[in-house]
Write a protein that binds this ligand. Structure first.
Ligand code: HEC
Length: 109
């Protein structure tokens, strides 16, 4: 019963939060492993070069914002821009959900 109430409350809370909550975690994971992992690491924790950011545990809305900026050309990078160009809005929502749920660096204080 408690679980049922909590589930209901969570759904309501998520419903108010704005960005698309139909994002698909598994589809995001697949894309991350197939494409993004080559440079960022499949879970966003193994950057290939020091210039490649960690994506694990990054805020979801920041990931969406950055990817849309690369896609539109507002943000440019010789490595990253070509990766973002073919992504659909759904792809972006999905990978953003996936990377935001990975465990990143932990600060103690
Ligand atoms: C060829 C290597 C490469 C691949 C593949 C790649 N990226 Fe990147 N990505 C980079 C580099 C390099 C940067 C840093 C660019 C910059 O300084 O603007 C970056 C930056 C980013 C950023 C900005 C992070 C921040 O902290 O501002 C996001 C978000 C991102 N990538 C997501 C993705 C996603 C999602 C995929 C898969 C669809 C992907 N990347 C595939 C190399 C890559």
């Amino acid at each position: 019963m408690i679980k049922l109430i909590l589930t209901g409350a969570t759904s309501v809370a998520l419903g108010f939060a704005g960005i698309a909550y139909c994002a698909d975690y598994e589809a995001g994971k697949k894309k991350a492993e197939e494409v993004c992992g080559a440079c960022h690491g499949a879970d966003g924790n193994k950057p290939l070069t020091p210039e490649t950011p960690r994506l694990a545990a990054q805020y979801r809305d920041y990931l969406v914002h950055s990817l849309k900026a690369y896609r539109s050309g507002a943000r440019e990078n010789v490595m990253m821009s070509p990766m973002a160009k073919p992504l659909s809005d759904d792809d972006i929502d999905n990978v953003a959900l996936y990377f935001s749920k990975q465990t990143g660096l932990v600060t103690k204080y």
